[in-house]
Design a protein around this ligand. Structure first.
Ligand code: FES
Ligand code: FES
Length: 163
């Protein structure tokens, strides 16, 4: 017997979607497999690694720890939403690129989303504050120094561009 679907409506990166989803479907799977937004990565699927981090109403959440039905009625923002209208990298992406803040890139979307929320809240963080904010995102390969350097640079670029 086909499991019953639950109708949900939600906005992702400013686009409105309506879908019927199974109650057990994880939000990370919904984004990746239903909406084909595979930039949200899945690592541990138990809330530890941070690879699946997205913004829900502006706050970073682990999409592997939520069901898709719980996201109904909310505004989501994923890594795909960071790119500019003409395809240009945003300051966080640009700084990651310039400071070699990634190798395999698996952790990168989660880090970018965590930092998007953090730098909005704290545009001029100390290195220690930034490291604390990053502590929920694990990287297996780069080592954190370049990521920290990149994010401090991104903060500087955004402050310089602020009106
Ligand atoms: Fe969600 Fe690791 S996949 S925290
Ligand atoms: Fe490979 Fe972070 S760049 S896990």
């Amino acid at each position: 017997m086909q499991p019953e679907g639950h109708d949900i409506e939600l906005s992702v990166n400013g686009v409105q979607y309506r879908r019927a989803v199974e109650a057990r479907m994880l939000l990370s799977d919904f984004l990746r497999h239903e909406l084909m937004l595979a930039g949200t990565h899945v690592g541990c699927e138990q809330g530890v690694c941070g690879a699946c981090t997205i913004l829900l109403d502006g706050a970073p959440v682990r999409s592997c720890l939520m069901f898709a039905v719980q996201a109904g009625g909310h505004d989501l923002f994923t890594v795909e939403g960071l790119i500019g209208a003409s395809g240009e990298l945003n300051p966080l992406q640009q700084a990651m690129h310039e400071h070699h803040g990634l190798q395999c890139g698996y952790c990168t979307p989660g880090i970018l989303m965590t930092m998007t929320a953090f730098l909005k809240q704290n545009p001029d963080p100390s290195e220690l504050e930034l490291r604390e904010a990053l502590s929920g995102n694990l990287c297996r390969c780069t080592g954190y120094q370049n990521i920290v350097d990149a994010m401090l640079k991104a903060a500087e670029m955004m402050r310089a561009a602020a009106p």
